[in-house]
Each structure stands twice: as C-alpha cells, then as structure tokens.
Design a protein around this ligand. Sequence first.
Ligand SMILES: C[S@@+](CC[C@H](N)C(=O)[O-])C[C@H]1O[C@@H](n2cnc3c(N)ncnc32)[C@H](O)[C@@H]1O
Length: 220
Amino acid sequence: MRTNYEAHDIPYRRKKAAGWPGWNSAEEVHDCIQTLNGLLEPLEVASTADVCEIGCGAGNLTDTLADRGWSVTGVDVSNVAIHWARERCRQQNVTFLRGNICERELFAPASFDLIIDGLCLHCIIGEDRDRVISNLSYWLKPGGRIVVFTMCGEPKGKDRAGYDPKSRCAFSGDIAVRYFAKAEEIIDEFRKESLQCTFQQVVDPPNEQASLRALFEKPR
Ligand SMILES: C[S@@+](CC[C@H](N)C(=O)[O-])C[C@H]1O[C@@H](n2cnc3c(N)ncnc32)[C@H](O)[C@@H]1O
C-alpha cells in the first residue's frame, strides 16, 4: 500500500488559513485535552520526566503536557504543523521536531519516560505499524509508559470517505491515509513488542468515530 505521510502538509495549510487552532476544531481540541487528562490522571509521572508526543501537529496537546512542567518533545512529519507549533507554543520546556516516527534513528534508545499518541497511530499504515510500535518501545526507558488515544473500529460518518473494508484503510486516490484497526488488534500489536497493557477502554458514541484509550508499560 502506498503512503505519503508528508501530505498532511496540505490540510494543515488549509486549516491554518481558515483560522483553525490546529488539526481539529477548538471544541475537538478541548475534548481531546479532557480525554488525555483523564488518561494521565492515575499515572504518577515525575515532574522531571522526559515526555514525547508523536504526531503533535500544531502542538495543541503538547502545550498542556508542557504545563505540567515535564520536558516535552513534540514530533510530527508535517513541516507546516511543526512551524505552526513553534509559533503557537513558546514554553521553555518544549521542543518541536520535524520527523517521521517510522524512522528509528529519530531518537536515541531509552529517551523517554512517557510517550503520548494523541490521534496519530491511526495514520500509520501496513508494515509501518509494527515498525512504529517497535520504535516506541525502543525510545522508551525501562518502566516507561505509552498513552494511546486512537480511532478504531469501522469508520462512521465523514471517516467513511474512501474506505476499503478489505484493507480497513481509507484512501485518498491510491494513497492509504487512515487505518481503522479493531481495538483488540491494536492491543496485540503492542503486546507483540512485550509492552504490557495496564488499561484499555473503547468509547463508541452513536454518531462519532469509536476510539481506543489504552496504557502500556515497558517492563523494567
Ligand atoms: C489527527 S492529527 C493529530 C494532531 C495532534 N495530535 C492534535 O491532536 O492536534 C495526526 C498527526 O499525525 C501526524 N503524522 C502522521 N503520520 C506521521 C508520521 N509517520 N510521523 C510523524 N507524524 C505523523 C500528522 O502530520 C498529524 O499532525
């Protein structure tokens, strides 16, 4: 399957020109922050923690992670998004990096105490998924944790556009742009990397896309 992760630049240009705060509307950003805060609540994370947000976009979630005092790195494949994030978020404890999370050399091994997926993983297609989850494990310190917030299940509403049920991917032309994994499949992808699932919840509102919220831990 063909992918073109950098093509996220195109919608980012459009959304910025239209006055959006980032990938999502202000209301959606608010809801994402609430979800993320709920997932972070039970975790005891030291104030000195090194934290990475994959697919940080314009940094709307990264900002709130930085508010906790952690040393935060936001990484995104979109140049437009990273420039936007640098413009918006000027906290001293945040670094933004343009990079593709399929590439292992992006970070040194055991760089982070906590890695956050705020709606990026469903953009990763085919064999890249195993590559990315293996990278997340490699970049995590022993005892480190991963917070996953990702779309799952059959697509609904606008997310059905270009959907092929056989591959479970949504396509834009011949480029696969989203993967609608089953929740249990996503959990297995992490388990294959010896990451222990310590929490999982599927939220499936009638008129919205279902999402998996999950926590994983790398053994010490
Ligand atoms: C749905 S958006 C979410 C953005 C952000 N987390 C937010 O909530 O506003 C998914 C993000 O993942 C990024 N992304 C997709 N594939 C990527 C890859 N291979 N490496 C790094 N970032 C990627 C996209 O550019 C996009 O910014």
